[in-house]
Design a protein. Structure first.
Length: 62
Protein backbone atom coordinates (compact mmCIF):
# COMPACT_ATOMS: atom_id res chain seq x y z
CA UNK A 1 0.00 0.00 0.00
CA UNK A 2 1.51 3.29 -1.09
CA UNK A 3 0.59 6.42 0.85
CA UNK A 4 0.79 9.81 -0.85
CA UNK A 5 1.15 13.25 0.66
CA UNK A 6 -1.43 15.90 -0.18
CA UNK A 7 0.93 17.41 -2.76
CA UNK A 8 1.56 14.02 -4.40
CA UNK A 9 -2.16 13.19 -4.46
CA UNK A 10 -2.96 16.59 -5.96
CA UNK A 11 -0.44 16.01 -8.75
CA UNK A 12 -1.84 12.55 -9.42
CA UNK A 13 -5.42 13.85 -9.60
CA UNK A 14 -4.38 17.05 -11.38
CA UNK A 15 -6.09 19.26 -8.83
CA UNK A 16 -4.69 21.90 -6.51
CA UNK A 17 -3.44 21.11 -3.03
CA UNK A 18 -5.99 23.60 -1.67
CA UNK A 19 -8.82 21.61 -3.32
CA UNK A 20 -7.81 18.55 -1.30
CA UNK A 21 -7.33 20.63 1.85
CA UNK A 22 -10.84 22.09 1.52
CA UNK A 23 -12.36 18.73 0.57
CA UNK A 24 -11.34 17.22 3.92
CA UNK A 25 -13.52 19.76 5.74
CA UNK A 26 -16.63 19.30 3.59
CA UNK A 27 -19.51 17.33 5.04
CA UNK A 28 -19.59 15.14 1.93
CA UNK A 29 -15.99 14.37 1.11
CA UNK A 30 -15.12 13.58 -2.48
CA UNK A 31 -11.62 12.21 -2.03
CA UNK A 32 -10.85 9.44 0.49
CA UNK A 33 -7.94 10.01 2.86
CA UNK A 34 -6.28 8.57 5.96
CA UNK A 35 -5.36 10.54 9.05
CA UNK A 36 -2.31 9.43 10.99
CA UNK A 37 -2.44 11.00 14.40
CA UNK A 38 -3.88 14.50 14.56
CA UNK A 39 -1.86 16.29 11.90
CA UNK A 40 -0.65 13.86 9.26
CA UNK A 41 -2.91 13.28 6.25
CA UNK A 42 -2.17 10.69 3.58
CA UNK A 43 -4.00 9.39 0.55
CA UNK A 44 -3.87 5.72 -0.45
CA UNK A 45 -2.82 5.51 -4.06
CA UNK A 46 -5.11 2.50 -4.58
CA UNK A 47 -8.13 4.52 -3.36
CA UNK A 48 -7.36 7.34 -5.77
CA UNK A 49 -6.93 4.94 -8.69
CA UNK A 50 -10.22 3.21 -7.83
CA UNK A 51 -11.99 6.56 -7.52
CA UNK A 52 -10.77 7.61 -10.97
CA UNK A 53 -11.56 4.24 -12.58
CA UNK A 54 -15.05 4.09 -11.12
CA UNK A 55 -15.79 7.75 -11.71
CA UNK A 56 -16.90 7.92 -8.09
CA UNK A 57 -17.49 11.30 -6.54
CA UNK A 58 -18.78 10.29 -3.12
CA UNK A 59 -16.99 7.81 -0.88
CA UNK A 60 -19.34 8.46 2.04
CA UNK A 61 -21.49 5.51 0.93
CA UNK A 62 -18.63 3.16 0.04
Amino acid sequence: MKLLTTVEAAKMLRVSKSFLDHDRFRETKKVPYCRIGERIVRYRESDLVKMMEDGMTNFAEA
